[in-house]
Design a protein around this ligand. Structure first.
Ligand SMILES: NC(=O)c1ccc[n+]([C@@H]2O[C@H](COP(=O)([O-])OP(=O)(O)OC[C@H]3O[C@@H](n4cnc5c(N)ncnc54)[C@H](O)[C@@H]3O)[C@@H](O)[C@H]2O)c1
Ligand SMILES: [Zn+2]
Length: 363
């Protein structure tokens, strides 16, 4: 069985990310290897549970572990303080203590929520990520950002709390809906643009095979993306500098998401449009060749992602941008490409340039 392993280097908080096929049926043995406690509490949602819970549970039991399950409804609404409290109450009821562990089995919602609950339950208990969406595999499960939402905004409450390990089984991607798969592709293409031109070339060359479900290509792709995210996080765990490059496309994406109340536009789609705007700003600033922007946008389109939009007016987008919590002293911070494989972070972008770029994408 082909398998890849990436280490997220964070001193005593370092952990490994294992990527392969069929991991779900061997999860018990892996967990037994890295954790000491007798019990694992699996946190999952009601879409993932019928698909994979039984296999994970059976494997853990074969390794002699006691298994407790907390299954929640699926959906972003679950990322709330109330649900985190509900999880903690279920853990108490099932006699979970700090020698035991949590396992997040699901997409980014379950990952963020489980990480948050793990970081506050009895002042912190170990947890493991078993991400089941492409986005969670290459992005949300690595780096230790945990979060729940408030009615006033997304991810406003959270902690930095690293998992003990991440187990990625690419076989579970088979059951993902096409648009949910494409969301992950958006972050993957982003990884190529911010840090690795060779990887971008690999994606261009192999996109057809990836979309057709070639598992060897998927293992390679997920492994490179995890490596890129792991490197960036290792250099800057708490986002005081470099880690901000992961926000490429996200300045505009957050504006779109706040206008759509996080419902009608999926995150990956919003990021794709955001990269089209940021790329255009860079071209207008004269720091990024038009041809490179075309390459970026072509790959996004071929992956099933949007690079233009008619849903919101340019004026709405600019207004939402100015309200963003990340705007420092009224200045909007952008990650801009200078070539495929390298980006800069700057707040030196004229309003007129932003408007022009937004005008060209929001048609
Ligand atoms: N912590 C971070 O660094 C980070 C980074 C990026 C995104 N996020 C967060 O991740 C969340 C989005 O994650 P997501 O896109 O995985 O969404 P999600 O967790 O809502 O999953 C999307 C849908 O797919 C279903 N699903 C999951 N795995 C499946 C499978 N294998 N087969 C079929 N269906 C499956 C889920 O039940 C859900 O209905 C957001 O809340 C976002 O804020 C966090
Ligand atoms: Zn994102």
């Amino acid at each position: 069985m082909k398998q890849e392993k990436i280490i997220v280097k964070l001193g005593k908080n370092s952990y490994s990310v294992s990527i392969g096929r069929g991991l779900m049926d061997n999860i018990g043995a892996y967990v037994k290897n890295i954790l000491q406690g007798s019990t694992v509490a699996i946190i999952t949602d009601d879409v993932v549970a019928p698909l994979y819970l039984e296999r994970a549970r059976a494997s853990l039991k074969r390794s002699g572990l006691r298994v407790v399950t907390v299954a929640l409804p699926d959906g972003e609404e679950q990322k709330s303080v109330e649900t985190a409290k509900h999880i903690c109450e279920e853990l108490i009821k099932n006699n979970i203590d700090r020698t035991h562990s949590l396992m997040a089995l699901g997409g980014g919602v379950i990952g963020d929520l489980t990480g948050f609950a793990a970081s506050i339950y009895m002042r912190g208990i170990p947890f493991i990520q078993v991400p089941t969406t492409l986005l969670a595999q290459v992005d949300a499960s690595i780096g230790g950002k945990t979060a729940v939402n408030l009615p006033s905004g997304k991810n406003l409450i959270g902690t930095f709390y690293q998992p003990k390990a991440v187990f990625i089984d690419v076989d579970v991607l088979d059951s993902l809906k096409g648009e949910v798969f494409a969301e992950g592709m958006s972050e993957i293409i982003k990884h190529g643009i911010i840090r690795d031109a060779n990887y971008f070339g690999f994606l261009e060359e192999n996109l057809k095979g990836i979309l057709a479900g070639d598992k060897n290509l998927m293992i390679k792709m997920v492994a490179v993306s995890c490596r890129i995210k792991a490197e960036v996080v290792s250099e800057d765990e708490k986002e005081s500098g470099l880690r901000a490059i992961l926000n490429y496309g996200h300045t505009i994406a957050h504006a779109i998401e706040s206008l759509s109340s996080y419902r009608s536009v999926l995150h990956g789609q919003a990021v794709s449009i955001g990269m089209a705007v940021a790329g255009r700003i860079a071209v207008l600033k004269g720091i990024f060749p038009e041809k490179e922007l075309e390459k970026q946008n072509r790959l996004l389109r071929n992956a099933g992602l949007p690079v233009s939009q008619s849903k919101f007016s340019p004026e709405d987008i600019i207004r939402a941008l100015k309200n963003d919590k990340k705007a420092k002293d009224g200045k909007i911070r952008f990650v801009l490409p200078v070539k495929i494989g390298r980006v800069i972070i700057t707040d030196d972008v004229d309003d007129a340039l932003i408007s022009k770029a937004v005008d060209s994408v929001f048609i």
